[in-house]
Design a protein around this ligand. Structure first.
Ligand code: AMP
Length: 195
């Protein structure tokens, strides 16, 4: 059982690394952004409700987001472990996640903080806008998402640091080099691939 959380500003590479680590550690990557995007594409009631917030670069309300994660964490594939990408993003979500994990008898082992400088992030996101056509990757919305991250999510790093869970990893460089850096900090914490 291994519980990993990836945290970092928009464009730091969380989604890319989450997908690779999920394979390497044989655990599901749970990305709230992906789940919301799928619901938007399928035009579910949740998607219809979330779309406006996402398009504006705002956070979807905690009540909706927490309910979604609670449901996802209750599925049987998380018994081996889980990798959270993009959740929690607010203090309320941290509290709820604590509750969900306590209820299921699981816990977080490490919070990987992916770092990257602001200019690099803007150019990565501009690239992604071209490749994936995400409606929230316009320059104006990108700035808004960065600001909201700084205000609401960056403070979470201190919360997890006070629990000695944070491992800071440089997110700059080739994808596989960054994955290797993350594996290194996980190994250093005794979290091996066949854990
Ligand atoms: P992401 O793909 O993680 O950048 O998420 C895309 C968008 O989905 C965000 O800008 C938010 O609108 C929404 N979202 C994803 N995760 C959360 C979360 N934990 N809390 C609130 N909104 C979220």
């Amino acid at each position: 059982m291994i519980g990993i959380l990836l945290i970092g500003p928009p464009g730091a590479g969380k989604g890319t690394q989450a997908a690779l680590l999920a394979i390497r550690y044989s655990i599901p990557a749970i990305s709230t952004g992906d789940i919301f995007r799928k619901n938007v594409a399928d035009e579910t009631p949740l998607g219809v409700e979330a779309k406006g917030y996402m398009d504006r670069g705002e956070y979807v309300p905690d009540s909706l987001t927490n309910a979604l994660v609670k449901d996802r964490l209750s599925q049987s594939d998380v018994l081996n472990g889980f990798l959270l990408d993009g959740y929690p993003r607010t203090l309320d979500q941290v509290e709820k996640l604590d509750e969900f994990l306590a209820q299921s008898g699981t816990k977080l082992d490490v919070v990987v903080q992916l770092t990257a400088d602001r200019e690099e992030l803007v150019s990565r996101l501009a690239n992604r806008a071209e490749q994936q056509g995400r409606t929230d990757d316009t320059p104006e919305v990108i700035r808004k998402r960065q600001t909201i991250y700084e205000q609401q999510t960056a403070p979470l790093i201190d919360v997890y640091a006070s629990r000695s869970l944070v491992a800071k990893v440089d997110g700059l460089g080739e994808v596989n080099v960054v994955t290797a850096r993350i594996s290194e900090v996980l190994n250093a914490r005794g979290l091996s691939e066949d854990a």
